[in-house]
Write a protein of this length. Sequence first.
Length: 687
Amino acid sequence: MTHTVLGTCHHDCPDTCGWIATVEDNDHDTPVVVKLRGNPNHPFSQGELCPKVNKFVDRVYNPDRILRPMIRTGAKGSGEFRTASWDEALAMVTDRLREILDGPHGGQAILPWWDAGTQGLLQESSLDRRFFAKLGSSRRTGTLCGGTASAGIALTYGSSLAAEPANIALADLAIVWATNPKLTNRHLWPFIEQARDNNGAPVVVIDTLRTATAEAADWFIQPLPGTDVALMLGVMHVLIRDGHVDLDYVDQHSVGYDELKAHVESWTPEAASATCGVPATDIERLATMYGESTHSFISTLIGAEHHEHGAMFFRTIACLPVLTGAWRQRGGALSKSVGHWFDNNIDFTAFDRPNLTGGAERRGVSMNHLGRALTELDDPPVQGLFVWNGNPAVTVPNSATTRRGLLRDDLFTVVSEQFMNDTAAYADVIFPAATQLEQFDVVPAWGHLNLGWNEPAIAPLGEAVPNTELWRRLSKAMGFTEPELYESDEELLDQALSGLDIDELRRTGFVRIDVDDELNPYAEGGFATESGKAELASDRLVDLGLPRLPTFTPATEGIGSDLQATFPLMLASPKQHTRFLNTSYSGLSKHLPQEGRPFVEIDAADATTRGLSEGDLARVFNNRGSLTVPVRISDRVRPGLVAIPFGWWSADHGDGATVNDLTSDTIVDWGGGVAYGDTLVQVEAGG
């Protein structure tokens, strides 16, 4: 006998697909998931799962999974552990926590670190907030992804809300800017194709790499890395010069137009071209296409935020549909991640309990500077580290510094994980984590407007537990008595959700959140600024220490910087096909096509200058680290740019490093993100 269970993919992806698990019920054995397929009724993913998630059942039953608590027996980073009982592992952790709490620095010497390895409302971060508040620990601040894009849009609109991404299907011009939906947002691509097939919309892709999406476009524009704002200012110049501004919309719904007009007068196509590397004729053509279309739609996501001036990218791009009045049309305007629309039905603060700290102030530590926190902080030092839903030894920039910090003998590290990844190998104690097929959750999306239900299809294998249960067990082992530390998943969900039909959500596996069906929020203005208007120029930004007007500023580690004389090439670290979208797909290597070793893509001219040929080993390095990788001569990169795909663990590199050993950990201009994309390197023959 079999039955089916509705669930939702939890991975850090905008598509948040609905799925159906088929479970085989055995009379004498534990039920087993035998198939996982997409939910055909889901309005966005429409029954399709990506190649990785199609094989997710294999990951759940992979014999390499961690299914029991483990205690380190070898050197840190060696991956040498023995299994232990829950009681023994909990006792070791709580004994060490009490030592730290009783020490001179108290709970501030404890640091939690997590990311979006599980995007569920409950299992990403809920009870952990209460547990660490009770400890009085330091707080994790900043974001690896997402926060800067939202903050940048809000600099112009007063809020981060934008259009529904699927509305691009109604466009007569579809501009895909600094995102690669064919790979990383695959279920949006059919909506883009609808615009082309039904409306004759040209598809224009603007990106620093010739991606799979660029190959599928009608026109590909390739600016130099980190110079998109200069391109936008050139487009604004042409829009204003040639009368493509909707002055009625601008007069009613914006402030600062005259200042912006004067500001971009010097940004002629020729001037913009000199900065961004796009021919002036192409800037003219792009601006004319955009200005003459009646339903021009710009689709972007979070890729562009990974620059020192990432918020300025989004602040500036938000001005374009204001100038043309594209917001008047449902098939016009601008879309980016839609996560903040879920505030309509989800109270994301419901799990916070600041009262548990007893009024003590908690130190903030940027998640992007984990390595610095572990190697430089001394007032107080980090003595206890908890990691879950992430693999920071690989995913955090300047990751060699993180690994050095994890090697500290006096650092006690606790990891909740499903597989022995780079970070887990440095742990003192590992707790076994459940997978999405084994836990209860609801999953907000950031690429569409449907909240997903996730019913556990099977009980957790071995002794694995969901994250919420881990925090309950740790609270009990510490002897904490506050009832809010022990609330059930269902109780937590009741506190966070409102205005939704939970019965329908459970029955169908998804429900659209409470938003206007057209979701065109600024068709009649109504911006969230104090004036209710879009701020093309803004005193508020000056108060925040930012330029009053959209402004191009070269990156400190970028094109034209002093450092470029020593490290002349920009480095991109894009997502990769097959199993390497991110480290959440570990455990699938035996079932998906292999990529081989990491590699560096380099333009033919740059390779020739360095005496490199296809397949040669090259050393890619800067003042943070070094990698030795094979060469691929590629037309995906332009001269001056090289690319090493993101996602390989250090074990997949011959020299035990990762591309994030090289990447910049500079904090961006606004929103707490980090400038992965502003990384300079040199490439030379070596191996």
